[in-house]
Design a protein around this ligand. Structure first.
Ligand SMILES: Cc1cc2nc3c(=O)[nH]c(=O)nc-3n(C[C@H](O)[C@H](O)[C@H](O)COP(=O)(O)OP(=O)(O)OC[C@H]3O[C@@H](n4cnc5c(N)ncnc54)[C@H](O)[C@@H]3O)c2cc1C
Ligand code: SF4
Length: 333
């Protein structure tokens, strides 16, 4: 692993980050914040991430989960994934989030991993993690060997000719369905971004994964007030039952009245280059009876436009069945 400077500031992380030279338009390769370190340190050991300075943000006062005045929830960026998953309000009012977190990684990793870090975890594409291989995301302009190579686990929605990497997060799929917002402290002040606008499609710039600019620090995630009587489900399909990333997953928040769906919020994981909200599926369900035929129709709508590669065509049907089953199970709960 290359040498780097480790800094533990009490309160001036953004100022230090802003002063550092940044190589990329995103967070900057020269200076990185560290939450739990479960992504960053891993990638530094592989020489994929090579920051000159690492700023430990764990002493910043961002470790609280608080009610908002409108009965939503404000979650600090250094809250651990396990603390969030087991928080009583999350389990009661936002259970899709709790379910999604608890199906990710392992208990030990969830104890370390932070909310901010989870939003910025990097793809598990094998070429990205191997510095002997070209990769547009790691080294812009070098090419994408995954398109003609091993792509079984990679994305079928939101891909481009420059990158087909899957966003690997489970937590983010639930946050997309819950319509969270992301609070950011930047060098020019604070701003709020709708969750759906936070991650970027790869397009011709796959190295830019989010709207973050150099020096930006995620401070909080805010959840809107819960929808009374909504039914929540996160279903994750993967090669083995634990400690594995999703091949396909679905986060579903449904409100049903007199057998009809009055509100649906749906996001898919394991298939998109970013956490994949499915507005076509939501529209296909709204006002319709909660039955299997309508659930399958919504799943067809969600996967319209899927663009499979040589090894991952199976994900289209897998994701449809995943969503159909998640909707059926949520409706029956
Ligand atoms: C073996 C293994 C299995 C895993 N399995 C799963 C899984 O099944 N599902 C899943 O969803 N995840 C899985 N993960 C990923 C895990 O959830 C992430 O590594 C974790 O959430 C990252 O959080 P962290 O706090 O450790 O991030 P860090 O490593 O500290 O940071 C990650 C990135 O975010 C930046 N960053 C951190 N905090 C902030 C902030 N507040 N503002 C701005 N930038 C910030 C860092 O600079 C870095 O670039 C797995 C990880 C491992 C190692
Ligand atoms: S899919 Fe993306 S991350 Fe994977 S090799 Fe291609 S450019 Fe790199």
């Amino acid at each position: 692993m290359h040498t780097f400077e480790f800094i533990r500031p009490a309160d001036s992380a953004t100022a230090i980050a802003a002063a550092a030279q940044s190589k990329t338009a995103q967070q900057g390769a020269d200076v990185r914040f560290m939450g739990g370190g479960t992504t960053l340190i891993d990638l530094m050991k592989l020489n994929v991430e090579t920051p000159a300075r690492v700023l430990d943000i764990n002493r910043l006062p961002l470790d609280k989960i608080e009610d908002t005045p409108d009965h939503g929830l404000r979650i600090g960026a250094t809250v651990r994934n396990s603390d969030l998953a087991y928080h009583p309000r999350v389990q009661r009012d936002y259970s899709v989030l709790s379910q999604a977190i608890l199906q990710g990684a392992s208990a030990q990793i969830r104890n370390m991993a932070t909310v901010g870090g989870n939003l910025l975890q990097r793809t598990r594409c094998v070429y990205f993690r191997d510095t002997a291989m070209p990769c547009n995301k790691r080294e812009p302009g070098t090419g994408c060997p995954a398109i003609t190579g091993h792509n079984r686990t990679l994305a079928i929605l939101g891909t481009s000719e420059h990158c087909i990497a899957t966003n690997p997060s489970d937590m983010c799929i639930a946050l997309a369905a819950l319509e969270a917002t992301v609070q950011i402290q930047g060098t020019k002040g604070a701003r709020t971004i709708a969750f759906g606008d936070f991650h970027l499609l790869p397009g011709s710039t796959p190295h830019r994964e989010t709207v973050l600019e150099p020096g930006d620090l995620i401070t909080h995630i805010t959840l809107p007030p819960p929808t009374t009587g909504s039914k929540h489900l996160y279903l994750k399909l993967r090669d083995r039952a634990s400690y594995e990333f999703a091949l396909a997953s679905a986060a579903v928040v449904l409100t049903i009245s007199n057998g009809k769906i009055t509100r649906a919020r749906i996001a898919l994981g394991g298939v998109g280059t970013k956490p994949w909200r499915a507005p076509q599926a939501e529209a296909a369900l709204t006002g319709k009876p909660a039955n299997d035929a309508n659930f399958r129709q919504a799943a067809e709508a969600a996967l319209q436009g899927a663009n499979p590669q040589s090894e991952n065509r199976f994900k289209i049907e897998l994701a449809k069945r995943c969503l159909t089953h998640a909707l059926r199970t949520a409706a029956a709960s």
